[in-house]
Design a protein around this ligand. Structure first.
Ligand SMILES: Cc1ncc(COP(=O)(O)O)c(C=O)c1O
Length: 351
């Protein structure tokens, strides 16, 4: 009798141990919470929600993109035991996610970044083990452009160029983000609002949502200096004033990092967007302070910009009741620029 009780106890404890899921980094990406923005909702008389993508393990929605790019590289034989180096041009967030997920899967990263980003982004990448090279902000047609450099080095050294702007695995990863949003709002979402960098997020999310309900509006939030808004609203991307090579680059056009562009990428071209707004830096800075004060949310620059665009969308589409936007990353990556009053004054950015 005593022995059989012992045997049951041992079996039970063995089964319990066997049942603990052995989740690794890649397994805990996504399924982020949706938060109700009470202050903005009460001000507008609408229901406004935000998806907390800063709660991904690499602290941004780029974890989803990076995982998809790495999986694509492995599936297509570009990444493996012999060839384990990923090359990418990044404004920081994708680089952090590629580096951390890469580390967990035995891959290394060589990253090319513009030399005008917030200093903490370089610090984080180097701390996490990425090899980084800073390049001047130049036109995409220039061989020194951060994406061109990454592609060329990958070719020379025989590595994998992840190509977040044109690799469609990026936007495919965000079908899941769209699916989560639809489920979390019980299908009641009327309007989705966010910015575009590579375009992967807004492309995947908009395709999923419009596939579920074609009446859901999708709105682009665009920073100053980007011509994606004009592309959405009038079908024309390039203007003389906005064409790269003529416009002044960061930090003079905008203090927002990671989004806005003056060219059409393969990922962006998959997006289904109804309307675009240009958001002034001053509006984004004020919104960031408002979110800290009223919601306790310390978010990155593009997240604040997204929330300003929600307010503009409320005015444009009075029939919409439920709005969802994205909080892409945390404010901690923006202390030296977006949240730094001295920096803003020095660069004559109103706030
Ligand atoms: C902080 C931040 N917000 C928004 C985006 C836009 O995301 P996507 O590249 O999917 O368009 C990016 C892109 O790098 C980013 O870094």
């Amino acid at each position: 009798m005593g022995t059989s009780i012992l045997a049951v106890a041992i079996t039970y404890s063995y089964l319990r141990r066997r049942q603990i899921p052995k989740k690794r980094l890649a397994d805990i990406i996504g399924n982020t919470p949706l938060i109700y923005l009470k202050s903005l909702s009460e001000q507008t008389g609408r229901e406004i929600y935000a998806k907390c993508e800063f709660m991904n393990p690499g602290s941004s929605m780029k974890d989803r993109t990076a995982l998809a790019l790495i999986q694509y590289g492995i599936q297509h034989g570009h990444l493996g035991v012999k060839n384990n180096t990923i090359y990418e041009g990044t404004s920081g967030s994708t680089g952090v996610s590629l580096t951390l997920i890469g580390n967990s899967l035995g891959c290394k990263c060589k990253l090319y970044l513009q030399n005008d980003l917030a200093q903490e982004k370089y610090n984080i990448l180097q701390t996490c083990g990425a090899i980084i090279e800073k390049v001047p902000p130049v036109s995409i047609v220039d061989s020194e452009h951060f994406c061109k450099k990454a592609e060329k080095q990958a070719y020379i050294e025989g590595g994998y160029y992840a190509d977040q702007f044109h690799n469609l695995a990026n936007q495919q990863a965000h079908f899941q983000t769209g699916k989560e949003i639809y489920k979390q709002t019980n299908g009641l979402i009327d309007c989705f609002v966010m910015s575009s960098g590579t375009g992967g997020s807004i492309a995947g999310i908009s395709q999923y949502l419009k596939g579920k309900n074609k009446n859901i509006k999708v709105i682009l939030a665009d920073p100053p200096g980007s011509s994606l808004k004009t592309h959405v609203n009038s079908g024309v991307c390039y203007t003389y004033q906005e064409a790269e090579g003529h416009r002044l680059k960061n930090p003079f056009d905008t203090v927002i990092e990671g989004c806005g562009l003056n060219r059409l990428t393969k990922n962006y071209l998959q997006a289904k967007i109804d309307y675009g707004f240009t958001i002034q830096d001053k509006e984004s800075i004020q919104m960031a302070e408002f979110l800290i004060e009223k919601e306790g949310l310390f978010v990155g620059a593009s997240s604040a910009m997204n929330c300003v665009a929600v307010l503009k969308a409320v005015e444009k589409y009075p029939e919409c009741k439920v709005f969802v936007t994205i909080l892409c990353d945390s404010g901690q990556r923006y202390l030296s620029k977006f949240y730094n009053k001295e920096y803003l004054q020095q660069h004559k950015i109103e706030y």
